[in-house]
Write a protein that binds this ligand. Structure first.
Ligand SMILES: Nc1ncnc2c1ncn2[C@@H]1O[C@H](COP(=O)(O)OP(=O)(O)OP(=O)(O)O)[C@@H](O)[C@H]1O
Length: 270
Protein backbone atom coordinates (compact mmCIF):
# COMPACT_ATOMS: atom_id res chain seq x y z
CA UNK A 1 0.00 0.00 0.00
CA UNK A 2 1.26 3.45 -0.74
CA UNK A 3 1.17 6.55 1.37
CA UNK A 4 -1.37 8.16 -0.91
CA UNK A 5 -3.84 5.28 -0.72
CA UNK A 6 -3.60 5.21 3.08
CA UNK A 7 -4.30 8.92 3.21
CA UNK A 8 -7.11 8.82 0.70
CA UNK A 9 -9.50 6.81 2.77
CA UNK A 10 -9.51 8.95 5.86
CA UNK A 11 -11.86 11.77 5.15
CA UNK A 12 -10.40 14.07 7.78
CA UNK A 13 -6.73 13.26 7.10
CA UNK A 14 -4.68 10.46 8.59
CA UNK A 15 -5.87 8.84 11.82
CA UNK A 16 -4.15 10.33 14.84
CA UNK A 17 -2.61 6.97 15.55
CA UNK A 18 -1.82 5.91 12.00
CA UNK A 19 1.45 7.05 10.54
CA UNK A 20 0.72 8.17 6.98
CA UNK A 21 3.61 6.11 5.73
CA UNK A 22 2.77 2.66 6.92
CA UNK A 23 5.66 0.38 7.70
CA UNK A 24 5.93 -3.14 8.95
CA UNK A 25 6.76 -3.25 12.62
CA UNK A 26 4.63 -0.26 13.65
CA UNK A 27 1.98 -1.17 16.22
CA UNK A 28 -1.59 -0.81 14.97
CA UNK A 29 -2.75 -1.85 18.44
CA UNK A 30 -0.91 -2.36 21.69
CA UNK A 31 -1.75 -3.83 25.08
CA UNK A 32 0.51 -2.92 27.98
CA UNK A 33 0.17 -4.68 31.32
CA UNK A 34 -3.47 -5.21 30.45
CA UNK A 35 -5.51 -7.07 33.05
CA UNK A 36 -9.17 -7.99 32.95
CA UNK A 37 -10.88 -9.31 36.04
CA UNK A 38 -14.48 -10.47 35.99
CA UNK A 39 -16.58 -10.64 39.15
CA UNK A 40 -15.53 -10.14 42.74
CA UNK A 41 -14.53 -12.16 45.77
CA UNK A 42 -14.88 -15.91 45.39
CA UNK A 43 -16.32 -15.73 41.90
CA UNK A 44 -13.51 -13.51 40.64
CA UNK A 45 -11.89 -14.64 37.39
CA UNK A 46 -8.62 -13.17 36.14
CA UNK A 47 -9.32 -13.47 32.42
CA UNK A 48 -6.23 -11.47 31.37
CA UNK A 49 -3.19 -11.23 33.59
CA UNK A 50 -0.89 -8.30 32.72
CA UNK A 51 -0.74 -8.87 28.99
CA UNK A 52 1.75 -6.89 26.92
CA UNK A 53 1.56 -7.37 23.17
CA UNK A 54 1.83 -5.41 19.91
CA UNK A 55 -0.26 -6.09 16.84
CA UNK A 56 1.82 -4.73 14.00
CA UNK A 57 0.54 -2.83 10.98
CA UNK A 58 0.02 -4.76 7.76
CA UNK A 59 0.44 -8.01 9.63
CA UNK A 60 -1.96 -10.92 10.08
CA UNK A 61 -1.88 -12.14 13.69
CA UNK A 62 -3.73 -15.19 15.00
CA UNK A 63 -4.53 -15.54 18.71
CA UNK A 64 -4.69 -19.12 19.91
CA UNK A 65 -4.91 -20.93 23.22
CA UNK A 66 -7.03 -23.42 25.13
CA UNK A 67 -10.68 -22.74 25.86
CA UNK A 68 -10.99 -20.12 28.60
CA UNK A 69 -7.43 -18.83 28.11
CA UNK A 70 -8.67 -15.29 27.42
CA UNK A 71 -8.58 -15.03 23.61
CA UNK A 72 -12.00 -13.44 23.13
CA UNK A 73 -11.54 -11.23 26.18
CA UNK A 74 -8.26 -9.89 24.78
CA UNK A 75 -9.87 -9.21 21.43
CA UNK A 76 -12.89 -7.51 23.00
CA UNK A 77 -10.69 -5.34 25.24
CA UNK A 78 -8.45 -4.32 22.32
CA UNK A 79 -11.46 -3.54 20.13
CA UNK A 80 -13.10 -1.36 22.77
CA UNK A 81 -15.99 -3.80 23.19
CA UNK A 82 -15.17 -4.50 26.84
CA UNK A 83 -13.60 -2.36 29.57
CA UNK A 84 -10.24 -3.29 31.07
CA UNK A 85 -9.45 -3.56 34.79
CA UNK A 86 -5.93 -2.14 34.67
CA UNK A 87 -3.11 -1.37 32.27
CA UNK A 88 -3.48 0.09 28.82
CA UNK A 89 -5.11 -0.76 25.50
CA UNK A 90 -4.31 1.40 22.49
CA UNK A 91 -5.46 1.59 18.91
CA UNK A 92 -2.69 3.51 17.19
CA UNK A 93 -1.86 6.25 19.70
CA UNK A 94 -5.35 6.36 21.18
CA UNK A 95 -5.68 5.08 24.73
CA UNK A 96 -9.05 3.34 24.93
CA UNK A 97 -9.35 3.68 28.71
CA UNK A 98 -9.41 7.46 28.34
CA UNK A 99 -12.40 7.48 25.99
CA UNK A 100 -15.98 8.07 27.07
CA UNK A 101 -18.70 5.86 25.57
CA UNK A 102 -19.52 8.14 22.65
CA UNK A 103 -15.89 8.50 21.55
CA UNK A 104 -15.37 4.76 21.96
CA UNK A 105 -18.38 4.06 19.74
CA UNK A 106 -16.99 6.47 17.15
CA UNK A 107 -13.58 4.84 17.32
CA UNK A 108 -15.07 1.38 16.78
CA UNK A 109 -17.12 2.68 13.89
CA UNK A 110 -14.40 4.69 12.17
CA UNK A 111 -11.18 2.88 12.90
CA UNK A 112 -11.96 -0.79 13.53
CA UNK A 113 -13.45 -3.52 11.35
CA UNK A 114 -15.15 -6.60 12.79
CA UNK A 115 -15.75 -10.08 11.44
CA UNK A 116 -17.64 -12.48 13.67
CA UNK A 117 -18.41 -16.18 13.46
CA UNK A 118 -22.02 -15.36 12.60
CA UNK A 119 -21.90 -13.30 9.43
CA UNK A 120 -24.33 -10.68 10.78
CA UNK A 121 -25.59 -9.61 7.36
CA UNK A 122 -28.94 -7.90 6.92
CA UNK A 123 -31.18 -10.28 4.94
CA UNK A 124 -33.14 -7.60 3.09
CA UNK A 125 -30.06 -5.87 1.69
CA UNK A 126 -28.00 -6.96 -1.28
CA UNK A 127 -24.37 -7.96 -0.93
CA UNK A 128 -23.21 -4.52 -2.01
CA UNK A 129 -25.64 -2.76 0.33
CA UNK A 130 -24.40 -4.89 3.22
CA UNK A 131 -20.80 -4.04 2.36
CA UNK A 132 -21.41 -0.30 2.37
CA UNK A 133 -23.93 -0.24 5.25
CA UNK A 134 -21.51 0.79 8.06
CA UNK A 135 -20.21 3.65 5.91
CA UNK A 136 -23.75 4.67 4.96
CA UNK A 137 -24.67 4.77 8.66
CA UNK A 138 -21.57 6.83 9.42
CA UNK A 139 -22.43 9.17 6.53
CA UNK A 140 -19.16 8.43 4.79
CA UNK A 141 -18.88 8.03 1.07
CA UNK A 142 -17.10 4.86 0.00
CA UNK A 143 -13.96 5.41 -2.07
CA UNK A 144 -15.17 3.82 -5.31
CA UNK A 145 -11.77 2.68 -6.50
CA UNK A 146 -10.99 1.12 -3.14
CA UNK A 147 -14.39 -0.54 -2.93
CA UNK A 148 -13.94 -2.10 -6.38
CA UNK A 149 -10.54 -3.37 -5.37
CA UNK A 150 -11.89 -4.91 -2.15
CA UNK A 151 -14.75 -6.55 -4.01
CA UNK A 152 -12.34 -7.95 -6.60
CA UNK A 153 -9.97 -9.14 -3.88
CA UNK A 154 -12.70 -11.08 -2.12
CA UNK A 155 -14.06 -12.35 -5.45
CA UNK A 156 -17.59 -10.98 -5.16
CA UNK A 157 -17.88 -8.96 -8.35
CA UNK A 158 -20.69 -11.12 -9.81
CA UNK A 159 -22.55 -11.57 -6.52
CA UNK A 160 -23.20 -7.97 -5.52
CA UNK A 161 -26.92 -7.93 -6.29
CA UNK A 162 -27.61 -11.18 -4.44
CA UNK A 163 -29.19 -11.16 -1.00
CA UNK A 164 -27.52 -13.16 1.77
CA UNK A 165 -29.95 -16.11 1.44
CA UNK A 166 -28.92 -16.43 -2.21
CA UNK A 167 -25.26 -16.80 -1.22
CA UNK A 168 -23.33 -19.75 0.21
CA UNK A 169 -21.92 -19.52 3.73
CA UNK A 170 -18.45 -18.82 2.36
CA UNK A 171 -19.78 -16.10 0.08
CA UNK A 172 -21.73 -14.54 2.95
CA UNK A 173 -18.59 -14.43 5.06
CA UNK A 174 -16.73 -12.89 2.13
CA UNK A 175 -19.37 -10.14 2.11
CA UNK A 176 -18.66 -9.69 5.83
CA UNK A 177 -14.91 -9.52 5.09
CA UNK A 178 -15.54 -6.94 2.35
CA UNK A 179 -17.77 -4.96 4.74
CA UNK A 180 -14.93 -4.89 7.29
CA UNK A 181 -12.40 -3.84 4.63
CA UNK A 182 -14.56 -1.26 2.84
CA UNK A 183 -13.81 1.65 5.15
CA UNK A 184 -10.11 0.76 5.34
CA UNK A 185 -10.06 0.48 9.12
CA UNK A 186 -6.74 0.66 10.92
CA UNK A 187 -7.30 -2.84 12.20
CA UNK A 188 -9.74 -5.69 11.66
CA UNK A 189 -10.60 -8.03 14.52
CA UNK A 190 -12.02 -11.44 13.67
CA UNK A 191 -13.53 -13.78 16.25
CA UNK A 192 -13.45 -17.29 14.76
CA UNK A 193 -14.35 -15.85 11.36
CA UNK A 194 -14.32 -19.29 9.73
CA UNK A 195 -15.89 -21.15 12.65
CA UNK A 196 -19.17 -21.66 10.78
CA UNK A 197 -17.69 -22.61 7.42
CA UNK A 198 -16.68 -25.92 5.91
CA UNK A 199 -12.97 -26.31 5.28
CA UNK A 200 -13.11 -25.25 1.62
CA UNK A 201 -15.12 -22.09 2.28
CA UNK A 202 -12.99 -21.41 5.35
CA UNK A 203 -9.82 -21.66 3.26
CA UNK A 204 -11.30 -19.23 0.76
CA UNK A 205 -12.14 -16.64 3.40
CA UNK A 206 -8.74 -17.03 5.07
CA UNK A 207 -7.05 -16.65 1.70
CA UNK A 208 -8.93 -13.40 1.15
CA UNK A 209 -8.01 -12.15 4.61
CA UNK A 210 -4.39 -12.95 3.91
CA UNK A 211 -4.61 -11.19 0.54
CA UNK A 212 -6.05 -8.14 2.23
CA UNK A 213 -2.95 -8.03 4.42
CA UNK A 214 -0.44 -8.75 1.64
CA UNK A 215 -2.02 -6.78 -1.18
CA UNK A 216 -4.01 -4.07 0.57
CA UNK A 217 -1.78 -3.56 3.63
CA UNK A 218 -4.65 -4.29 6.02
CA UNK A 219 -3.90 -5.22 9.66
CA UNK A 220 -5.82 -8.27 10.87
CA UNK A 221 -6.04 -9.92 14.29
CA UNK A 222 -8.01 -13.15 14.42
CA UNK A 223 -8.98 -15.46 17.26
CA UNK A 224 -9.10 -19.09 16.18
CA UNK A 225 -9.05 -22.64 17.52
CA UNK A 226 -7.92 -24.06 14.22
CA UNK A 227 -4.18 -24.60 13.54
CA UNK A 228 -4.88 -24.66 9.79
CA UNK A 229 -6.55 -21.23 10.04
CA UNK A 230 -3.69 -19.92 12.20
CA UNK A 231 -1.19 -21.02 9.54
CA UNK A 232 -2.61 -18.33 7.21
CA UNK A 233 -1.35 -15.70 9.66
CA UNK A 234 2.11 -14.12 9.74
CA UNK A 235 2.34 -14.70 13.45
CA UNK A 236 0.56 -16.64 16.19
CA UNK A 237 0.30 -15.37 19.76
CA UNK A 238 -0.50 -18.14 22.24
CA UNK A 239 -2.46 -17.50 25.42
CA UNK A 240 -2.83 -19.75 28.45
CA UNK A 241 -4.50 -18.76 31.73
CA UNK A 242 -4.77 -15.15 30.66
CA UNK A 243 -1.06 -14.79 29.86
CA UNK A 244 0.93 -14.78 26.66
CA UNK A 245 3.00 -17.91 26.70
CA UNK A 246 4.41 -17.99 23.19
CA UNK A 247 4.77 -16.07 19.97
CA UNK A 248 5.40 -17.87 16.69
CA UNK A 249 6.45 -16.23 13.41
CA UNK A 250 5.55 -17.73 10.02
CA UNK A 251 3.51 -20.52 11.55
CA UNK A 252 2.73 -23.85 9.93
CA UNK A 253 -0.36 -25.89 10.86
CA UNK A 254 1.86 -28.72 12.17
CA UNK A 255 4.01 -26.35 14.20
CA UNK A 256 0.93 -24.72 15.75
CA UNK A 257 -0.63 -28.11 16.48
CA UNK A 258 2.55 -29.29 18.24
CA UNK A 259 2.61 -26.13 20.34
CA UNK A 260 -1.05 -26.56 21.27
CA UNK A 261 -0.43 -30.17 22.28
CA UNK A 262 2.40 -29.12 24.57
CA UNK A 263 0.04 -26.68 26.36
CA UNK A 264 -2.56 -29.43 26.75
CA UNK A 265 0.08 -31.77 28.18
CA UNK A 266 1.22 -29.09 30.64
CA UNK A 267 -2.38 -28.40 31.67
CA UNK A 268 -2.90 -32.11 32.37
CA UNK A 269 0.23 -32.41 34.52
CA UNK A 270 -0.22 -29.18 36.48
N1 LIG B 1 -18.67 -11.88 31.19
C1 LIG B 1 -17.90 -12.72 31.91
N2 LIG B 1 -18.12 -12.87 33.22
C2 LIG B 1 -17.35 -13.68 33.97
N3 LIG B 1 -16.32 -14.41 33.49
C3 LIG B 1 -16.08 -14.31 32.18
C4 LIG B 1 -16.83 -13.46 31.31
N4 LIG B 1 -16.35 -13.57 30.05
C5 LIG B 1 -15.32 -14.45 30.13
N5 LIG B 1 -15.15 -14.89 31.39
C6 LIG B 1 -14.12 -15.83 31.88
O1 LIG B 1 -12.85 -15.31 31.46
C7 LIG B 1 -12.01 -16.38 31.05
C8 LIG B 1 -11.55 -16.12 29.62
O2 LIG B 1 -12.67 -16.24 28.75
P1 LIG B 1 -12.58 -16.04 27.17
O3 LIG B 1 -13.95 -16.15 26.63
O4 LIG B 1 -11.79 -14.85 26.87
O5 LIG B 1 -11.71 -17.33 26.75
P2 LIG B 1 -11.43 -17.91 25.30
O6 LIG B 1 -9.99 -18.26 25.28
O7 LIG B 1 -11.93 -16.97 24.27
O8 LIG B 1 -12.31 -19.23 25.34
P3 LIG B 1 -13.01 -20.07 24.17
O9 LIG B 1 -11.90 -20.61 23.34
O10 LIG B 1 -13.72 -21.17 24.93
O11 LIG B 1 -13.93 -19.14 23.45
C9 LIG B 1 -12.81 -17.66 31.22
O12 LIG B 1 -12.45 -18.24 32.44
C10 LIG B 1 -14.23 -17.17 31.23
O13 LIG B 1 -15.04 -18.03 31.97
Amino acid sequence: MTTSTRQQHTAGGPHPGAPADHAHGVAAARATDLSKIYGQGETQVVALDRITVDFRQAEFTAIMGPSGSGKSTLMHCMAGLDSISSGSARIGDTELTKLKDKKLTQLRRDRIGFIFQAFNLLPTLTGLENITLPMDIAGRKPDKEWLDRVIRTVGLTDRLKHRPNQLSGGQQQRVAVARALASRPEIIFGDEPTGNLDSRAGAEVLGFLRNSVRELGQTVVMVTHDPVAAAYADRVVFLADGRIVDDMAEPTADGVLERMKSFDAKARTS
